[in-house]
Design a protein around this ligand. Structure first.
Ligand code: AHG
Length: 340
């Protein structure tokens, strides 16, 4: 069968009435920016891009989340901002790395879309040559708003027009949804274009594989202790079978494994992070991943409610995340709801 490029796929989606020309251009621009990030990550030490970004004096640069920034965090953020500034498809951008939304410079035309991104998720893995990724989400700019502020981005995940991620692993792969199924594109490095590699991905409903940072176990709430305790008890426990565990510490890589062979991912609430509401960011990580996973037949909750229904209260709001194979997400969520 003839390979289908991302551009061809976007034209098909326009003809099907799933997207308009502006959203098609937006995805092309994001894909192009991600190719540049892929090149930068692939160079590793040879590109001089490993290590911490420099801040004031000798200190490392700290982002809005209070986290030290890696050089590649900063480079990836700049690549995405620059690529998206001039095309006329955006009203504004918001990045996990920046406190406030970035307006489109006055010299360029403005569009009707809002773009949110985590430019380089899992960046603690950069220096050890383990997969990292970019996550993005697209919203409609509310009618009549010419200078979008943070409040205009605070739309529930159900309002997303598109969501996607790019994983920079052994292959660079983009996973994309417009709310009509989830599809995968692999970067053909020789040709320089993303090529459709899986259409209408389906996540198996049942799984024997889970992903969680077990070092936080002692801090978890009782329902999480119970759920994981039952998995660890294996065939002698109440589940009557053995489960395997994986944890990359790059959400993009963990989600990509789940999209590919099933599994379930948890970043639950725990005593250490209770005050901040969770570890992962609703607008930059949880919402786009939830749409991608739901569109592939999986489920995504906070342990209490569907992620896509959470009313956002802040651009950098954090939430607990349970996502992946439907049966396990539903069971773990049920354990939490039972005790509330
Ligand atoms: P960061 O981008 O700051 O490295 O955070 C990564 C996120 C997510 O990608 C991953 O699943 C999780 O944080 C890992 O958290 P732990 O380090 O607590 O395992």
């Amino acid at each position: 069968m003839k390979p289908v490029s991302l551009i061809q796929f976007l034209i098909e989606e326009r003809r099907a009435g799933h997207i308009n020309a502006e959203l098609s251009l937006l995805i092309e621009v994001v894909a192009r920016a991600c190719k540049r990030i892929s090149v930068a990550t692939n160079k590793g030490a040879l590109g001089g891009v490993l290590g911490m970004a420099a801040g004031e004096g000798d200190a490392a640069s700290i982002n809005v989340q209070g986290e030290a920034q890696k050089k590649l965090d900063v480079i990836s953020n700049e690549i995405l901002l620059e690529a998206n500034a001039w095309g006329g498809h955006l009203a504004a951008c918001a990045s996990e790395e920046m406190e406030d939304p970035q307006p489109i410079p006055d010299m360029y035309p403005k569009g009707n879309h809002l773009l949110l991104f985590d430019p380089l998720d899992g960046s603690s893995n950069i220096d050890v040559n383990i997969s990292v990724g970019t996550i993005f989400s697209v919203l409609r700019c509310p009618d009549g708003v010419t200078e979008p502020k943070a409040e205009h981005f605070l739309q529930a995940g159900t309002e997303q027009l598109a969501a996607g991620y790019v994983v920079y692993g052994p292959a660079t792969v983009m996973v994309l949804t417009f709310g009509h199924g989830t599809h995968e594109f692999t970067l053909d490095r020789e040709v320089g274009s993303f090529v459709l590699s899986r259409r209408e991905i389906r996540i198996p409903e049942a799984t024997g594989e889970f992903a969680i940072n077990m070092s936080n176990q002692r801090h978890w709430e009782a329902p999480m202790q119970r759920y994981v305790g039952e998995l660890l008890a294996g065939r002698d426990g109440p589940r009557g079978r053995d489960f395997n565990m994986r944890w990359v510490a790059s959400m993009v890589a963990d989600v990509h494994r789940i999209i590919t062979r099933g599994g379930v991912f948890f970043y639950p609430l725990d005593a250490k992070i209770r005050a901040q509401g969770g570890k992962l960011r609703l607008m930059y990580e949880a919402n786009p991943m939830a749409l991608i996973v739901e569109q592939a037949g999986g489920a995504a909750t906070t342990g209490r409610e569907r992620i896509l229904d959470v009313p956002p209260t802040g651009l950098h709001q954090r939430v607990p995340v349970f996502l992946g194979s439907r049966e396990e997400v539903e069971r773990a969520t049920h354990y939490h709801r039972e005790v509330d």
